[in-house]
Design a protein around this ligand. Sequence first.
Ligand SMILES: NC(=O)c1ccc[n+]([C@@H]2O[C@H](COP(=O)([O-])OP(=O)(O)OC[C@H]3O[C@@H](n4cnc5c(N)ncnc54)[C@H](OP(=O)(O)O)[C@@H]3O)[C@@H](O)[C@H]2O)c1
Length: 305
Amino acid sequence: MSAKRIVIAGGSGFIGTALAREFIRRGYGVTVLTRRPRPRYDGVREVAWDGAKAGDWVTELNGAEALINLTGKSINCPHTPENLREITESRVHSVRALAAAANFAQPPRVWVQASATGFYGDTKNNLCAETALNGSDALAKICRDWENAFTTANLPQTRKVTLRIGFVLGRESGALPVLAKLTKFFLGGAVGGGKQYISWIHLADLVQMFVAAVEQEKLVGIFNAVAPNALTNAEFMSELRRALHRPWSPPAPEFAVWLGSKLMGSEASLALVSQRCAPKRFREMNFPFQFTELAAALKDLCAKI
Ligand SMILES: NC(=O)c1ccc[n+]([C@@H]2O[C@H](COP(=O)([O-])OP(=O)(O)OC[C@H]3O[C@@H](n4cnc5c(N)ncnc54)[C@H](OP(=O)(O)O)[C@@H]3O)[C@@H](O)[C@H]2O)c1
């Protein structure tokens, strides 16, 4: 019997690379939809698409076990009107194109769609479970449109799961290697007031959440994909300094964050917004978190950074 197939749209990046590795290890066939396919030697097939319209790629979805969609322009850029439009369209258009293609002869059994804890906007100190309201800032609105495109897709034969992903900590990519580098250069102070929450998740736990979403029929609907213990930025940076054996560093005031972000081509609000979220539904199903405490997660990751 041929292996069950998983299609990962936008699977060439940080999270997709880790997912492809794990699903291959579990015996699945993995196809990545990407705008720039290249030959690979790890068992993954890359197939061309443009992330917006139907093309030859639609046949990949026929009879697939699962579709995972991670597609989206990175939010780590200045949030100009033009960039915000691209951030939105790359997400909404890809969902719509996949939904049209999934209505093909034999639709995928399950579709796992990425979203973000940015859905809740600036949560201040309020702890947000999955039922919390949509925020009002630009990224919250983008998440709402992104999720709406998915939930309104008419796919009666496909189980649908949305993962609202937090701040993903990985060794090779994502934000942690950059933060670790700054901290090693004694620039690991609290950011802004330091009171804003960070809802982090270790990449290894996130990967197992995707596996659970694909393999367990009972997962349906929206799940916060975060670790159980969100920390303030000051607590997070203090743990990072400890993991990297660095002393106390002076905090970076807000104006320095704005200036630094401008120089680095990033967006200051990403570091200043508070995101305090709880993985209520994963807790209720006794998801076996490997890393519930940041200190253990950083010890694991920083040992090899
Ligand atoms: N990493 C995090 O901490 C985090 C947190 C919350 C939510 N998320 C969400 O999870 C998803 C995956 O995250 P990631 O960190 O793996 O992101 P990533 O490394 O940037 O990968 C996203 C992929 O989307 C594709 N893409 C980018 N711009 C596109 C565009 N304009 N049109 C079509 N495709 C485009 C790219 O694939 P090709 O260039 O190969 O086409 C890219 O590999 C994203 O939607 C992200 O918003 C991530």
